[in-house]
Each structure stands twice: as C-alpha cells, then as structure tokens.
Design a protein. Sequence first.
Length: 572
Amino acid sequence: MPRFNKKKLPSRHTSLGPDKAPQRSFYYAMKLTEKDVAKPFVGVVSTWNEAAPCNIALMRQAQSVKKGVSASHGTPREFCTITVTDGIAMGHEGMKSSLISREVIADSAELTVRGHCYDALVGVAGCDKSLPGLMMSMVRLNVPSVFIYGGSILPGRYNGKDITVVDVFEGVGKYSSGKISAKDLRKLELKACPSAGACGGQFTANTMACVSEAIGLALPYSAGTPAPYEERDKYAYQSGKAVMNLLKKNIRPRDIVTRKSLENAATIVAATGGSTNAALHLPALANEIGIKFDLMDVAKIFKKTPYLADLKPGGKYVAKDMWMAGGVPMLLKTLYDGGFIHGNCMTVTGRTMKENLKNVKFNLKQKVLRKYNNPLSPDGGVVGLKGNLAPDGAIVKVAGLKRLQFTGRARCFDTEEAAYSAVKNKKYKDGDIIIIRYEGPKGGPGMREMLSTTGAIYGQGKGEKVALITDGRFSGATRGFCVGHVGPEAAVGGPIALLKNGDVIDIDAKKGTINVRLSKKQLVARRKKWRPRKINFGSGTLWKYAQTVGPAYLGAPTHPGKKNEVKCYADI
C-alpha cells in the first residue's frame, strides 16, 4: 500500500494538525472517515450538465474516476463546472459566451482546487471549450493531473448515410435555397444526434480530444470510445488510478506539457484535418507554461504535417470510425514512424510517448487513417496566412478544399447577424469575399464562431464560389473557403476594420498569404479616419472579458501566464 506524506502536499493546510480540526469536521459531515481524511485529496471535476448531449454522460464517468482514485489510496472530491455548448449557442448572441466559458472553466477549476487545497486533479470534459479549459487549469495549478474526454456522439443515419449536426446546419442553407423541403429538414434534425456525446466529426471537441492524448495529458485510447459505451468507464477508472501514480512519482503537468508536446499536439490537429480552434487553444496552453507558441508557430507545424485522417467535415468518416480503425495511438504511431512526433515526451502513463507506442501496429484493413507515407495530401488540413490584411496572422482550414487560392471583392458586415441575413436572402454573388468584423475576442466580445453563416453558404452550394474572412472564428464543423482569427482585430483598428465594399482581396493558401490591394499610404489614410466602436456590453462577464483579453494569435489569454507567476500552487 503506497504511503503519501501529506506534510508535503497542499491538503496539509486543510487536514493536518490540531488547528485544522474545524476543517476536518466538515469532511466528517460528508461521511468521510479519519483514514479518508489522512489520504491525499483528489479533485474530480466534470463539466456535466443538461445543456447538451456532450455533457450528459460525464457524471457517470466521474463516478468511475472516483473508484479508481479510491482503489489507489486517494480520497476523491467531486465537483462540476460550467460549459457553454456551441451547437446551441450558435448563430445568435449566445455564441459570445462560448470562448469566454473556456476562461471561466479554467478559473473555476483553479479556484476550487486552490480553495480546498486538493493535491491532484482528474478532469472529465465533453464540449468544445471545456477540454482546453480543464487542460489549462491543470497546467496552471501544476498538481498531478489526468484529463479524460467524455466521448463522442454516435453518428445519425439518414438516407443510408452517416450524418452529424453539420448536415442540419447545412440543411438550413439547402432549405433556404429551395433544395430540400421543410419535411426533409425536419427528418434531418430528428436523426442527426441519436445519443449522448460531443459532435461526431473532427470538430473542436474531437480535435481537442486527440490533442489530449498527443500532448500526453490523457491515457492512450481514452479519447476514442463513444460516450454511450460502457467501455468509457474503464478508461475513467484507469484515469483515477493513473493520477495517484503521478502523485506518487511527483510527475506534474508542466513535466508533460512542453514545447515539444505542444508540437505533437499541433501535429495531430493537422494530420486529422482538425478544428482551426486548436490554433487558439494551443497558444493559450503555452501561455500557462510560460512559453510563446503562437498561431504562426502552430501553422509551421501544420505546413509540414501530412493529412492522414479522412474525417468529416472535409472527409467521409466520424470519430467512432477512427476509434474502430485503431484510434489516436495508431495515428500517433505512424506519425512517429515518419519522424513527425517527438517520442521523448513524458505522458500521464508515467512513460514516454515512444514507450507508449512501442507495441502499436498499423491496421491495414481500414480506410479511415492513412500511413504517413501515403497521405490524403502532403501537408496538413489547416494553413496559416499572413499579409497586409492580417499582420498578426490568420488561419484557414483547407481539408477537403478543391481550390487553395481565391481573389474577390469585399462585401463588408460589422456583425454576424448582418452577414447571415444577407446570405439567407442571397444578397451576395459568386466571387464575393464576405467580411465579418468586430467579432474578435475584444470586439465581439467573445470571438464568435460563424457556423450558421458558413453552413448556410455551403448549403446553398456556394462553399467554394465565395470566401469568408473574419476576426472571429469558425466551428470545427465549418467547411468552405473560410479565413478566421484575422489579427489585429477590427476593435483595435486592425486592417480588417479599414476595408470597404469592393476592395480586392487575394488569399493564397499555397503561399500562406492574405492581402488587400491597397498601398501602405492608402491604409494609413483610412486608419486616420477610423474611430473605435463602442462595446455592446457595459457590465457583466462579457464587459469584464473585453477589458482583459489578449489577441487571438496568442490564444486570447486573459492573464499573463507562468511568465509572471510568483508562486506555483502545487508548491504551497
């Protein structure tokens, strides 16, 4: 039986010595014994709620985590935090809450652990921002931690094909252009989401689930199993045991999350044609460990990584198919064999990535994943762009695109609602570049996703006939020629704020450039006339976020990160 010296752990502040008798009495009120209180306290946080199917299977899994902690001589303390579910928040002001929820999740997990002096942490998350939010809190606190994804939804079936919620978003566009009937749209919405779990394609949740294994914070194979399957509980139980092993060995998140492991994470995003949101979350994680790993650093990894996973929205398959084909470890193994993965990175198994992958073999009897030397395309599914329209950088998802260059005339909108209305009513033409601005982290505030607008464009059959540029962001489910994260954002006077209808813009995803055909002199003249817009919120959380949020290319951080850290929580 392992013995833990609580005199060296944070929980000593709430459980050791005569002067902590009042604190101990609270634990006894919750039916803990003196033996329980003498063990390390392990926070078990889930983002369980009834907001959406992504989250409803998480409390079940948290119970299995707790059993794993208890079996390894720890005392689990369960708590929940919020999520904002993008699919429901999409297309209206609710989406302003989405990215902000990442910070609230990270902050609330941090405060709960700090306030109660927990010694370790296991996080169970299901929906987009909850995955990076919990991972950020783990690295920030730096107590031994394990992350586990709650699992993806099963695919829906319609007309003999697997479908996801994206088919419904695009169905709205098809309905508005007369391609399908209201009856067909209703059939789609009734069939698309048949179970618990996060959206099934390689959208943000499954992208960040793959990241959790690649970065080393999650157990191998734990990202793959769909949410409804009881096999998930096995991984949850093992995650509880694993965190106690990390506590015993004093292996902490900052031993695991390093520049090399962030590069591994970026590699798997590119190889799976994953969500552009990863280029926001990886720099935010880097901020927590005190290094600069910005949008363009992520883009450099994307550029040299082969695209290997044929996953929706750019491809054919869903997360369940990838799991059945061999899962994240099989993809990591072929990437490692090709020299794209750093094998010497520590992971939550207590072993290195190389050691974890030693016995993984490639399954040749499946069509979802390719070997590194037989890619769908030689470079990743996401490309970074820079130019006079985006001096800080921008990003475009090219997985599934037939054309990688676009030149067109700007059609400017200062809100997503205005752009969506124009698209819905077909007040645009082929060759237009739809500009949606003042939707950045500060200007939104909250950097909304544009899936309603992009889904409608694609549903109308215009996915590659028009382009879209925004200082906001896109859902992992977005497809078409869509450029996001343009910085500096319009709210701070970035070039996107200076555009006028009819300006000619060149986007080249091969060269990685995005330019408006205006001279420096013309841009300077326009900037002199530009005036900042008043923020739409004068109070509350959205106002508070706008005061502190940093630029998108750095991950939209709201605090200075480790570089200004005075004292690490784990060492209190």
